[in-house]
Design a protein around this ligand. Structure first.
Ligand code: AHR
Length: 496
């Protein structure tokens, strides 16, 4: 028994543009994300460009990733960037105290990362070390990456083989300052933030650096309030927010072997993103009516117990249709809040948490989350089409959640894109939308679905889940009726 609902199109005139940076990614020195993930070294048998796997480069180029955050996460506040430059043999080893206590040789450093961003045609987003670093160290990193003329740091860069600066715009001032970044109070962090940014030179980047304050965890609204109150707007371009879809930090549940109970709880945590954005935004609105400061969700995604038999400190997990639901739902939420949410970074790109890519030696697979990101990329930098509708409910054990979430946009070429997710584990849902005001004449679509919520791609069966052409809709007299199978993600394109 499927439910029916009608989506209404709102006023498109004043609608914001969906920043492409909502489709950003995050790569930390954690487990097998960088080492054995992106980076195999230039002596590897696996085809690579300056040590980075070509298959990963190709997959990320296809996704058109707009930005990549690095080197952490918690790792960022332990990272001393000067350890990762210069001749390989002179680089010191360090112990990755947050993630598995492994020793790393710093073979992947600033040049490797920024050159990779150039290859990917993506904006680097560097997280500076505030927790265990110094003001001078971060100021030096800015000069090293951005200064064109002659200076101690730009000379050092040249000595290390790079003449032109990379011109890095996006900078995080520490990470999770309330926790692994230094266990600070927001008042103390706000002061520290001002001190750090005072010495970061804006001069070499058009429009200045884009500085992002380490933001709240989940519903810590006081954190956002204090930062917005205590930091002058001209020193602050973005305030971060971290929210993972985790059901219980002490019992996170299996990545693939989960019940509907756990699925429902994960969906509930994922849907919480909507409320968090509304409430953090309301606080920001109080101090910044003109919306000069952006909300940056620079860590989000599903988090489960690590895959069986893997290192607990490496956060490696499989990626199922449940993750496809998290991805579609969160991207729809971000799109719909495009007036304030200007960047988001899925945690993390390769082999860690809700990864878009998994590797096993020379093999590589694309996860259901990758496919959702790929289907949704059509929204990047397109104009939001505001939608309103009453979703049917997905009910489990007496509790309910909106079963359907959606967002829509119009791109520069006049194409409309509508992304719809039905999270209901059993029920198909039917939605209707009148597209006459948009002048749409033709519809095509793609769908991501599978038989079971636990289904996933494996190294032996890498294409079990991939988008297929979708035709289960009718389009008559400008009215579109769409049949959404249980736990499916659909993206439709309408042309004039
Ligand atoms: O993404 C994994 C970790 O989660 C990050 O290092 C940290 O910022 C967060 O707690």
């Amino acid at each position: 028994q499927s439910s029916r609902s009608t989506i209404q199109i709102g006023n498109i005139e004043d609608a914001p543009t969906i920043s492409k940076h909502i489709y950003g990614h995050f790569a930390e020195h954690l487990g097998r994300c960088i080492y054995e993930g992106f980076y195999v070294g230039d002596n590897s048998m696996i085809p690579n460009t300056e040590g980075v796997r070509n298959d990963i480069i190709d997959a990320l180029k296809e996704l058109q990733i707009p930005n990549l955050r690095w080197p952490g996460g918690c790792f960022a506040d332990t990272y001393h960037w000067k350890d990762g430059i210069g001749p390989q043999e002179n680089r010191p080893t360090i112990v990755n105290t947050w993630w598995g206590g492994v020793t790393e040789d710093n073979s992947f450093g600033t040049h490797n990362f920024l050159n990779l961003c150039e290859v990917l045609e993506t904006e680097p987003y560097l997280s500076g070390n505030v927790g265990s670093g110094t003001v001078q160290e971060l100021a030096d990193w800015v000069q090293y990456t951005n200064f064109k003329g002659k200076s101690p740091m730009s000379d050092l860069r040249r000595e290390n083989g790079r003449d032109e600066p990379w011109t890095v715009k996006y900078w995080g001032i520490g990470n999770e300052a309330w926790g692994c970044g230094g266990n600070m109070r927001p008042e103390y962090y706000a002061d520290i933030y001002k001190k750090y940014v005072t010495f970061m030179s804006d001069a070499d980047v058009e429009g200045g650096l884009y500085k992002i304050a380490s933001g709240a965890s989940n519903d810590d609204y006081n954190w956002t309030e204090v930062l917005m109150k205590n930091i002058p707007k001209n020193m602050l371009q973005g305030v971060a927010l971290h929210h993972y879809s985790v059901i219980d930090w002490s019992a996170k549940g299996s990545d693939v072997d989960f019940t509907e109970d756990l699925y429902f709880k994960t969906m509930k945590e994922s849907w919480l993103m909507e409320e968090l954005i509304v409430k953090h935004t309301a606080i920001m609105d109080k101090y910044d009516k003109e919306k000069k400061v952006d909300l940056i969700v620079d860590e989000w995604g599903g988090w489960y117990e690590v895959a069986e038999g893997t290192n607990p400190g490496f956060l490696y997990q499989q990626n199922t249709m449940r993750d496809a639901m998290i991805a579609g739902m969160n991207l729809n939420i971000f799109n719909n809040h495009a007036d304030r949410v200007k960047m988001a970074n899925l945690a993390q790109t390769v082999n860690v948490l809700q990864a878009v890519i998994l590797t096993d030696k020379e093999k590589m697979i694309l996860t259901p989350t990758y496919h959702v990101m790929n289907m949704f990329k059509v929204h990047q930098d397109a104009k939001l089409i505001p939608l309103s509708f009453e979703s049917p409910e997905y009910t489990f054990n007496g509790e309910s959640l909106p079963a359907v979430n959606a967002s829509a946009s119009m791109d520069d070429a006049g194409r409309m894109h509508l992304s719809i997710v039905n999270i209901d584990a059993h029920k198909e849902n039917i939605v209707t939308i009148d597209l006459n005001t948009l002048g749409i004449k033709k519809i095509t679509g793609r769908i991501l679905m599978s038989d079971k919520l636990q289904d996933h791609n494996t190294f032996d069966n890498p294409n079990k889940i991939e988008p297929k052409e979708y035709k289960d809709f009718t389009f008559k007299k400008g009215v579109l009726e769409i049949e959404l199978p249980a736990f499916s993600v659909i993206v439709l394109e309408g042309s004039k």
